[in-house]
Structures are given as structure tokens and as C-alpha cells.
Design a protein around this ligand. Structure first.
Ligand SMILES: C[S@@+](CC[C@H](N)C(=O)[O-])C[C@H]1O[C@@H](n2cnc3c(N)ncnc32)[C@H](O)[C@@H]1O
Length: 367
């Protein structure tokens, strides 16, 4: 079972573009939001639609602790201090360790979170935690291989501010042969298991090969939006976000202030150490309007895979919406009692800046 993998601090920056779901919730305006926590960067920006309640769940304690840390920095710090604390560009160029320590003292953290991060920050000399997750560290290693093989192109790919010019470069100058070699060498199950998942990597059921899955996703990232505006592409080519254009939506000033306003407006945030099935049972009849399940169901199998949407249905309001980010595996799941509404959000899905997920969006329909 993948519990082994989901027990450590795997994510710290995150590997989903939450901007897609910020756009969706600001269209739907749900009052009660339920979400997988991850590292919090996929959850807290959903506050920007000013819900009455946000419930974040996760099976991994370190993920819940970093989600709590993110929430407290959002509640306590002003925008510039938030950017400095997390080390988002351009606040990553200077050593702010003393400032970070001082800000940390001001946060109203649980004793467990204070103890965990006091120890963690001491270990990293009060440096930024943004790239401390196992996933982020794995991509930092992989990006070294990318720079070795692509040379100057690992930087040039991030230098375009015009899509037409970028596509022309991608089609005529970008070393596609070397790029395919990298995808072939790194984009497969054994490498991901060796470097990160230790045997828990997803059991693919999509028809295309791992190579084609990643090749097509990167094709979209080079042709549907500016590479320089994708934090994921910054990580792939440079191991970190190297300029402000690459910052994620949680670092967006307008989104930051909308989230702070929601908290000041009384939005209740619950952070729960529960798995999806248990949480769905506990929240039965609670009229959840929006449920963001990330790619968690892609890790499911057997009865859990088949029945999770029926479990979730019990906690949803009439018309409640569920968003899945399927990764390499489309769950073989019973979706009776739902209508699929994915096409209503095709523009938001097309603009998503990671493009590694097959997004499916469902709406509960009455019995
Ligand atoms: C693949 S990750 C998604 C993380 C996300 N990509 C991010 O950027 O933060 C799945 C997250 O769900 C959690 N998780 C895995 N299985 C779960 C389950 N059955 N119920 C609740 N959380 C689960 C993991 O601990 C992890 O934080």
C-alpha cells in the first residue's frame, strides 16, 4: 500500500498549478470547500473565493504541519513578509534567515508544528523550505541532468515573453532529440521509484506509454503558454523558480490579499489527519459544494478505486462539484449520480501550468 510513500514531507512547493482551481472556485463560489492538503499550496489559495469553510485533509502528518505553517503565515504576515518567509522570487536572492526566525516566533502555531519546524529550520539554517519536499528535491536532481544535456537551452527555453516566438524556437532551434533522450531516460516508472516512490509509483492504465504521456504534456507546456510562467518548467530546467514570472498563484499579490480577507471575514479552516474515505463518512450530509481530490484517486485500487466517488457523494450538496487530477491512471470508478462537466472548464484546464494531469470535473445530480 502507498502509505509508506505518503508518510514524509514529500511536497513543499507543490506540483500542481492551483491557479486552475482558483479560477474554477471563483466562478462557482462554493460556500463549503473540501480539499486534499498536500503542502497547502494546493489548498489555501482556494480561500480566494471567500468560502464560509475550508476543510483540508491528508494522511501525511508532515503535509498537514506545513499546511498549518502556510495558514499561519497567511494569517499573520503582510505580503512582502510572506514572500520573504517562503523565499519566493525575488526574495530568494538574499539571506533572510534572521528575518525568517523572527517571523517564525510571531506565528501562533500548534506545539507540534512549532517543534517540527523549529527542528527543521535549525537543520536548514533557517533557509527557505520551498524546495525541501522529497518531490522538489527529486526534480532538483533531475534538472541537473537536464542542464548537463541541454546546456544553454535549459536557460533559453525560459527567456520568451511571446508565445509565437517561443513556438518557433521550440520547432526550429530547441534540441528536440536531446530532449526526447532526457524524457526517455528520466520519464519512467523505474527512475521515479528509484528516486522517490520506492515502489509506490502509480500503476499506469492510460493507453499511451510513459514516454508519450510526458512528451505530449511537455509539448502542451511549450505550445499553450509561456514556459517562463510555469513554475513546473522552472523546476524541470533550473531546479527552482528563477524569476517572479515563475511564481505560483499563492505568491500572487491579489490572491494573497483575497485569501487574507476571507480569513479576516471569518472563514473557518479545518486541517484534519484523515484519509479520504474516513473524511467523507465523517462529513456525510455536510453539504460540501466543492471537493478537490488532487491525484489521490490515481493511487487507489480495488474497491476503494471503484467506490470513492460514491463515498464522496454522501458529503456533497446538490450540485456539489468534484475535481480530479488523474495522473497516469484514470480511476475505474462508479460515477453514477454525477454528471461530467469537464468541458465547461476547458479553458482553465488548457491554461494549467503543469499539464501532467488528466483533469475530470463532476457535478452531483439529484437521485
Ligand atoms: C500526490 S499528492 C498531491 C500533492 C500535491 N500535488 C501538492 O502539490 O501538494 C497527494 C497528497 O495526498 C495525500 N494522500 C494520499 N493518499 C491519501 C488519502 N487516501 N486520503 C487523504 N490524503 C491522501 C498525500 O499525503 C499527499 O499529500
Amino acid at each position: 500500500m502507498t502509505q509508506e510513500y505518503f508518510s514524509d514531507l514529500n511536497y513543499s512547493l507543490g506540483n500542481e498549478d492551483t491557479d486552475m482551481e482558483v479560477a474554477i472556485v471563483n466562478k462557482l463560489k462554493p460556500k463549503k470547500v473540501f480539499t486534499i492538503a498536500g503542502c497547502g499550496s494546493r489548498a489555501l489559495p482556494l480561500l480566494s473565493c471567500a468560502p464560509d469553510e475550508l476543510t483540508c485533509i491528508d494522511v501525511a502528518k508532515p503535509q498537514l504541519l506545513i499546511t498549518e505553517l502556510r495558514l499561519k503565515t497567511l494569517e499573520t504576515l503582510n505580503y512582502q513578509d510572506f514572500m520573504t518567509f517562503w523565499g519566493f522570487s525575488p526574495y530568494d536572492k538574499t539571506d533572510f534567515s534572521d528575518r525568517r526566525k523572527e517571523m517564525f516566533q510571531r506565528l501562533n502555531l500548534s506545539s507540534e508544528a512549532r517543534e517540527y519546524f523549529s527542528e527543521y529550520f535549525s537543520r536548514v539554517n533557517w533557509g527557505s523550505l520551498l524546495y525541501e519536499g522529497k518531490w522538489e528535491k527529486t526534480f532538483s536532481i533531475m534538472s541537473k541532468v537536464v542542464r548537463l544535456i541541454l546546456g544553454k537551452h535549459a536557460r533559453k527555453a525560459l527567456e520568451f515573453d511571446n508565445l509565437e516566438n517561443q513556438i518557433d524556437y521550440y520547432n526550429n532551434e530547441f534540441p528536440r532529440g536531446k530532449w526526447k533522450l532526457i524524457l526517455f531516460a528520466l520519464g519512467n516508472k523505474s527512475v521515479f521509484n528509484a528516486l522517490l516512490y520506492k515502489g509506490d509509483f502509480i500503476k499506469k492504465n492510460v493507453p499511451e506509454s510513459h514516454f508519450d504521456y510526458y512528451r505530449e504534456a511537455y509539448d502542451r507546456l511549450f505550445t499553450q503558454g509561456l514556459v517562463n510562467e510555469s513554475f513546473f518548467m522552472h523546476l524541470c530546467f533550473q531546479g527552482k523558480i528563477i524569476n517572479e514570472h515563475g511564481n505560483t498563484v499563492e505568491a500572487d499579490q491579489e490572491t494573497f490579499h483575497a485569501c487574507q480577507a476571507a480569513l479576516e471575514g471569518g472563514c473557518k479552516v479545518n486541517i484534519l489527519n484523515q484519509d479520504l474515505s474516513t473524511a467523507a463518512k465523517n462529513l456525510e450530509g455536510q453539504n460540501i459544494d466543492y471537493a478537490s481530490l488532487s491525484d489521490v484517486p490515481s493511487y487507489f485500487s480495488g474497491d476503494l478505486e471503484k467506490n470513492f466517488m460514491q463515498e464522496v457523494r454522501g458529503m456533497l450538496s446538490e450540485g456539489g462539484v468534484v475535481v480530479l487530477r488523474n495522473y497516469l491512471r484514470e480511476p475505474e470508478v462508479d460515477t453514477s449520480g454525477y454528471e461530467e462537466i469537464t468541458l465547461k472548464f476547458s479553458e482553465e484546464i488548457r491554461s494549467e501550468k503543469v499539464q501532467m494531469y488528466k483533469v475530470r470535473i463532476y457535478q452531483k445530480v439529484s437521485d
